[in-house]
Design a protein around this ligand. Structure first.
Ligand SMILES: C[S@@+](CC[C@H](N)C(=O)[O-])C[C@H]1O[C@@H](n2cnc3c(N)ncnc32)[C@H](O)[C@@H]1O
Length: 442
């Protein structure tokens, strides 16, 4: 790989004696990994279904290395089912540092395509709220698709400028993650474009933008709230430089040491750095804590309809055996299960709040793919469970009709090894396929 000369000079200065070891990593294949989605699947079920072995990675308890020569994983039934997320192992380090706990309100400010958001969602385990924001609209749609695939119920997805969003949600969050857009030096081994785009000027411009995003993020936190800043780059300007500049402007924040075991101390000793020599592609993680009060708090979500119509309630109980836990709301044509303690969403570029259950059509309600992805088989009235290596699951994921038991009727979830991967409608021994066209295997 041809690395930019100026990049090499900077790395030599940064790494000193370790520079040769760093450079020789570019002759090795890059690390590949997956992260178990504990919302949907157990480790045993996932291991049994994968066509290659996995090895634990040190960056999170849910992260695993996969072999460098593993086949493409995006078409595997367990990937469609959201049993795992494809994630370079060291990328999981930022959420390990954030340490989200069930019940907390967490903002992921630069969230697409959703690797870290879906990791946060697993750790929240359905309790509390994940707000995932992505400024670039088409990337926000990819983020939404990943949130749906991973079966997340308690998330809000928005596409908003960080400044507008954090002003609107000032004082609302326990934890905020800024996984900032960066020059991507830690991506060089797997992304040739990042090498092409690199220049010292780009590094400088990234640092300016990163500081602006951090300054916005600071507003969104409650007193004692935690702010994690991470990048996948090595430059001091974008890492320690940005954190130091932030602390100069916000002396009500302190850098804290989480006693993290991965990687090595950064040039600010409380922060961590990961190089390829540390068994990951490259990351920087710093944990900051707000010490000042935040008197701001957003207005609550206005209560719209005291109760949704009977036909919407009936629709819910046609699909689910379980009782309704959250408030169900119809917004336009969308029928949603809203997370608790939502703030007012107006003006924040929200593209999804909570779980999409279905869409109101002229005389009926059409169930949504997301409603089945977020369910467990035992919660559904009707479900077909197929082995992950069966011809039927392959046919289903290609969008074909499949033969089912003659007794199977109506909207029916389809699971691979007990993990929901979509739905269809059964009648006369056939399941009409409702797997979304854009997600189907070719
Ligand atoms: C490193 S990526 C995030 C990766 C994501 N956290 C994950 O784990 O999948 C940074 C994101 O920041 C977004 N971004 C670009 N400019 C931005 C800005 N000015 N403010 C906030 N986000 C920005 C990019 O579109 C990109 O999706």
């Amino acid at each position: 790989m041809e690395l930019p000369q100026k990049f090499k000079e900077k790395m030599k200065e940064l790494l000193g004696e370790e520079y040769d070891a760093f450079l020789s990593c570019y002759n090795e294949p890059h690390y590949r990994g997956i992260r178990l989605n504990s919302l949907k699947c157990s480790l045993e079920t996932l291991k049994a279904a994968l066509p290659f072995p996995i090895q634990p990675a040190p960056f999170s308890p849910m992260s695993y290395y996969i072999p460098a020569d593993a086949p493409k994983i995006g078409q595997l039934p367990m990937h469609h089912a959201g049993a795992f997320y494809s994630q370079e192992p060291s990328a999981a380090s930022a959420v390990t540092a954030l340490n989200p706990q069930p019940g907390e309100f967490v903002l992921d400010l630069c969230a697409a395509p959703g690797g870290k958001s879906t990791q946060i969602a697993s750790l929240l385990n359905g309790q509390g709220l994940l707000w995932s924001n992505e400024i670039v609209k088409n990337r926000a749609n990819i983020l939404l698709s990943n949130i749906e695939r991973m079966g997340v119920k308690n998330a809000v997805i928005s596409s908003c400028h960080p400044e507008t969003l954090c002003e609107g949600l000032a004082g609302y969050f326990d934890k905020v993650l800024v996984d900032a857009p960066c020059s991507g030096e830690g991506m060089f081994r797997r992304d040739e474009q990042a090498v092409q785009d690199w220049s010292p000027e780009h590094v400088e411009a990234c640092a300016v933008r990163q500081l602006a995003i951090l300054m916005s993020a600071a507003q969104a936190l409650k007193e004692n709230g935690i702010l994690v800043y991470s990048t996948c780059t090595f430059s001091r300007e974008e890492n320690e430089g940005v954190v130091s500049a932030f602390l100069k402007q916000r002396d009500d924040f302190t850098l804290i040491d989480r006693n993290l075991k991965f990687g090595r101390p950064a040039f600010l000793p409380e922060a961590r750095r990961i190089f390829p020599m540390d068994k990951g592609e490259g990351h920087f993680v710093a944990v900051l804590q707000r010490t000042s009060k935040n008197d701001a708090y957003p207005k609550p979500y206005p209560c719209r309809s005291p109760s949704v119509k009977n036909e919407v309630q009936d629709f819910y109980s046609q699909i689910y055996k379980t009782k309704l836990q959250n408030s169900m709301e119809q917004i336009g044509k969308n029928i949603l299960l809203l997370p608790e303690a939502l703030p007012d969403l107006k003006g924040l570029g929200v593209i999804r709040a909570g779980l999409l259950l279905g869409e109101a059509k002229t005389n009926r309600i059409e169930p949504a793919h997301a409603a089945f992805m977020a369910a467990k088989p035992e919660e559904l009235r009707s479900v077909i469970n197929l082995p992950h290596d069966s011809p039927e699951i392959d046919a289903f994921l290609r969008g074909e009709e499949i033969t089912v038991d003659a007794g199977c009727k109506g909207y029916t979830g389809v699971a691979a090894d007990g993990v929901l991967t979509g739905f269809g409608k059964c009648s006369n021994g056939r399941l009409k396929n409702h797997y979304p066209k854009g997600l189907r295997n070719k």
